[in-house]
Write a protein that binds this ligand. Structure first.
Ligand SMILES: [Zn+2]
Length: 100
């Protein structure tokens, strides 16, 4: 087991570069890297143990994907139209040109 030192270069995931890059250790807590600095973009962040954090976008995507799976009909999951008629639907009809 080797000892980490400030300035050592280790691999970690950089959220700015969106990939695993070389990082310099800038802070050590209990013998483990606590903060690192990306050697590509010089962004400081907590050491992530090379794990990419799930972004909100990914979480949303996963949510939608699960909804589609649950519905069993991929086409219908995308529709956002209100099912019943109401004030909103009347306004929409008023904006459309009248067909003959
Ligand atoms: Zn970076």
């Amino acid at each position: 087991m080797f000892e980490l030192r400030l300035g050592d270069v280790i691999d970690d995931y950089c959220v700015k570069c969106r990939r695993v890059t070389n990082h310099s250790i800038v802070s050590i807590v209990n013998g483990e890297a606590a903060k690192v600095r990306c050697r590509t973009c010089y962004h400081d962040h907590d050491y992530r143990h090379e794990q990419a954090p799930p972004s909100k976008k990914d979480l949303k995507k996963a949510e939608l994907f699960n909804e589609v799976l649950a519905s069993g009909q991929p086409g219908e999951a995308a529709t956002t139209e209100p099912a019943s008629g109401g004030p909103a639907e009347d306004q929409k009809k008023a904006r459309k040109p009248v067909k003959k």
